[in-house]
Design a protein around this ligand. Structure first.
Ligand SMILES: [Ca+2]
Length: 283
């Protein structure tokens, strides 16, 4: 990854970008009828895809073939109303019930996954002492970096995003710096991708489960890569409301310290990292 998309103020990693989905009149991510806790999810089929970029200027994005097992993923980033309902607080800077929750640490996102699993009687994915992820558990967890890119691309062979790479299409499909100069937007305002997922590009960066390692793609397994065993930073993906177009590419890798809430010193550049959950599909 490179940090050229970052606005480094006072050494703080600044963030960027935006995207959206189908108008949801009821607007309630937790409405009855959705699976489990009422949060709408989509079924992502097993498959393989070309992960990364052919661009030689991106040394951490080496193009390689990856196989991904089937999983479920939230249709939207976790909203503020849902996070507050489950966790009893809302740390977000850009307030709005349907806006993505932001300004939460990686561990807080993992804790939300556990709370959701507990409420549904599922086996917790995260050990609350080590925060290691149990991929065999049927409970909720954060997506792997490979799952995120696979779900974002949604079967498209486009080198960039599922909607192609034109600036106009990016404006139509995502909230990013080009159309969202200040803050997040309610989830689902931009069109979904082919698998029904909204805001995968833009609006908020989204925490992934993986530790970030620049050369990980050089030696990662073909099947269900889960990131290096340890690291200092966790991967974030998809770009945010303050991102330049390059950071909104499906292959673009970014990262942050897991203890960081994204509240850096740069005023108006806060509130850029959110998350969504996945869970395994049991045969
Ligand atoms: Ca996003």
């Amino acid at each position: 990854m490179n940090k050229r998309c970052v606005y480094g103020l006072l050494g703080c990693a600044a963030w960027l970008a935006g995207c959206g989905a189908p108008p949801e009149k009821s607007g309630d991510q937790s409405r009855p009828g959705a699976a489990g806790s009422g949060i709408e999810m989509a079924a992502v089929p097993a498959g393989s895809f070309a992960m990364g970029s052919a661009n030689q200027d991106e040394p951490d994005q080496k193009l390689h073939q990856v196989q991904v097992s089937a999983f479920f993923i939230d249709k939207y980033p976790v909203t503020q109303e849902v996070y507050e309902k489950w966790m009893g607080k809302n740390p977000s800077l850009w307030r709005g019930a349907r806006n993505p929750v932001e300004q939460i640490r990686w561990r807080e996102a993992a804790a939300f996954c556990n709370a959701r699993s507990r409420a549904e009687g599922l086996r917790l994915a995260y050990d609350t002492n080590t925060w290691a992820c149990d991929f065999d558990a049927d409970g909720y967890r954060l997506p792997t970096e490979a799952e995120y890119e696979y779900a974002l691309r949604a079967g498209s062979a486009s080198a960039d995003d599922w909607f192609g790479n034109s600036p106009e299409e990016l404006k139509r499909h995502a909230w990013f710096k080009g159309n969202s100069p200040r803050g997040t937007h309610p989830v689902g305002e931009k069109p979904p991708n082919n698998w029904g997922l909204c805001d995968m590009v833009g609006n908020v960066w989204e925490w992934c489960n993986d530790w970030y390692q620049q050369d990980y793609y050089q030696h990662s397994p073909v099947r269900d890569p889960r990131g290096p065993a340890t690291g200092q930073n966790r991967v974030v993906r998809g770009g945010c409301w303050n991102s330049k177009p390059d950071c909104c590419r499906a292959a673009y890798r970014y990262y942050e310290m897991p203890a960081y809430t994204d509240t850096c010193f740069a005023k108006d550049l806060h509130g850029q990292i959110g998350f969504r959950c996945v869970k395994k599909q049991t045969p």
